[in-house]
Design a protein around this ligand. Structure first.
Ligand code: XIL
Length: 321
């Protein structure tokens, strides 16, 4: 019986992938066996292990043990790897976020970080999320130590140029959430791609995180429209962190059917978009998901329930593929 990655590849995508939870994989044998099945998940992305606070918690001291968990699993299981993430305001150690920098000093910090981390994983990453969440929810540029120090967006093309120098063969992505709604945030993300291109810096892809809500997920054609605003600029797109949560729990049985329809619309919108190259879910089982810890009272956002049974959403994704 063919499963998600096999079906996705047959449908013309490069992969169907999942985030790998670094602690779940070492503590839960059922989790470990499903995440290792390359017919179900053809690509992995570390949920936390490659973030700045994991890889350079102390300036100049690089640690790759957590990021290597995903890289080694992918290698062992014959799976691809997305790498996540380099320049992000969150999970950024306070030695970066709380200091006052000159442009030159922060440039040197970014260069050391990008060069060391990408250098360690060189040749292993299908893509890298070079810049994550640079747009605010209101469509203004998101405030961060980077935006403040550079007094604007120059840090963005700089990050892409540094990434290209560190690993010329990986695809360089901008990644963000709420791009699915075609609102002010989507507009600003389109502007981001254009400004990187206008600066002569390389950008290969835009990741739609896809942290969505059951019953308020856009329809298939709206999703395709949003994706195609980016592919029109010559970059590829992908869903990179898909989960569709119930806005309040417990949810009625009918909401689990709606959740399946929402998942099908997202995957379908990708299938309808030439150059939408893959879908990655942000975990696969409701046993381990970041949602309840971040959005209180919400959850059950993934394709498998907490007992590792495939949900209606799994069946719905498998049928649309
Ligand atoms: C989340 C992880 O899932 C959590 O374990 C962690 O505590 C916080 O970050 N956007 C991103 C991801 O780009 O890296 C985030 O992952 C979810 C939102």
């Amino acid at each position: 019986s063919a499963v998600l990655n096999d079906l996705a590849v047959r449908a013309g995508l490069k992969y169907f992938g999942t985030a790998l939870g670094e602690s779940a994989v070492s503590s839960d044998a059922t989790y470990a066996s499903i995440v290792s099945d390359n017919t179900e998940f053809g690509q992995l992305v570390p949920e936390n292990g490659m973030k700045w606070e994991s890889t350079e918690r102390t300036q100049g001291v690089f640690t790759f043990a957590s990021g290597d968990i995903s890289a080694n699993q992918a290698k062992k299981n014959g799976q691809g790897l997305r790498c996540h993430t380099l320049v992000w305001h969150s999970q950024l150690p306070s030695w970066v976020s709380s200091a006052t920098w000159t442009v030159d000093a922060l440039t040197a910090v970014m260069e050391a970080h990008i060069t060391n981390v990408m250098g360690h994983y060189k040749g292993q990453c299908y893509s890298w999320d070079v810049v994550n969440e640079a747009v605010g929810d209101d469509g203004n540029w998101r405030s961060s130590v980077f935006l403040t120090t550079f007094n604007g967006t120059d840090y963005i093309p700089l990050a892409f140029n540094l990434a290209k120098a560190a690993d010329p063969d990986t695809k360089l992505y901008f990644n963000d959430y709420n791009l699915e709604y075609n609102g002010a945030k989507t507009d600003r993300a389109v502007e981001l791609v254009k400004l990187v291109q206008a600066a002569g810096a390389p950008i290969d892809g835009v990741g739609f995180q896809g942290h969505l809500i059951v019953g308020s997920t856009p329809g298939r054609s709206s999703i395709a429209t949003a994706l195609q605003r980016f592919t029109a600029l010559g970059v590829e797109v992908a869903f990179t962190e898909l989960d569709i949560r119930h806005g309040s729990l417990p949810a009625p049985a009918s909401a689990y059917v709606t959740q399946g329809d929402d998942y099908a619309n997202v995957v379908g919108g990708c299938l309808d978009t030439p150059n939408c190259i893959g879908v990655t879910v942000w975990g696969f089982t409701d046993k381990y998901s970041w949602i309840p810890g971040t959005f209180s009272g919400q959850g059950d956002a993934l394709l498998y329930d907490a007992d590792f049974n495939r949900k209606a959403a799994w069946t719905s994704v498998s049928s649309v593929l």
